[in-house]
Design a protein. Structure first.
Length: 196
């Protein structure tokens, strides 16, 4: 995806994020109030955003702050030596390791950050959670590593979670709009289940 295309999608997403309160919470009762033209327009807008933002999240980079390049290399060394893998997660492990190693090779940016795509960031986080070791020295080194890299990874994960939640909300709204659209075509009422 070109840089201009990324900027366009991010503008749409940014516009959406600013409208979050109204845009992200389409209730069944709201959809019922739309005219046929408004319903189609909202459906088209949500569908376009779901497709574009979904594709963007596959490649969007998230900045992970490190104290220095040595900290990043220590994390790489930790992945090399202290993370258990299984047959089912071996390809994922290799992909994360390779992407992280490539990011380190590019070096830290002017703000002492490495950029890692969303899927690799999420996998890196999960791999850190399943680290294992034996003895005091190993646990001391692990805690020391988490102290230096944990905050940067956690902050980036929060940004990733926000983006994933935005996409989830878009899909939820798309479902509400689709249900109303289909109900109108069949001449039935969609039950409003918003109140428990």
């Amino acid at each position: 995806m070109s840089e201009n295309k990324n900027e366009t999608v991010m503008e749409v997403v940014q516009d959406t994020t600013e409208e979050t309160q109204e845009f992200m919470k389409i209730q069944v009762s709201d959809a019922k109030e739309f005219t046929a033209e408004q319903l189609q327009s909202e459906f088209d807008r949500h569908e376009k955003m779901a497709n574009e933002f979904g594709r963007l999240l596959q490649t969007k980079g998230y900045a992970v702050k490190f104290d220095n390049l040595k900290s990043a290399k220590n994390l790489l060394k930790h992945l090399e030596n202290n993370v258990r893998w299984t047959h089912s997660d071996a390809p994922l492990f290799i992909a994360v390791y390779t992407k992280f190693k490539d990011a380190i090779a590019k070096g830290l940016d002017s703000e002492s950050q490495l950029t890692i795509d969303g899927p690799a960031l999420n996998s890196l986080y999960q791999l850190l959670l399943k680290s294992e070791g034996t003895g005091y020295i190993a646990v001391r080194d692990y805690i020391s590593l988490l102290t230096t890299v944990g905050e940067g990874i956690t902050d980036a994960m929060h940004k990733l979670a926000t983006d994933q939640n935005t996409l989830k909300n878009v899909h939820t709204n798309l479902s509400v709009l689709d249900d109303e659209f289909n109900a109108r075509q069949m001449g039935i009422q969609v039950a409003d289940n918003t109140e428990a």
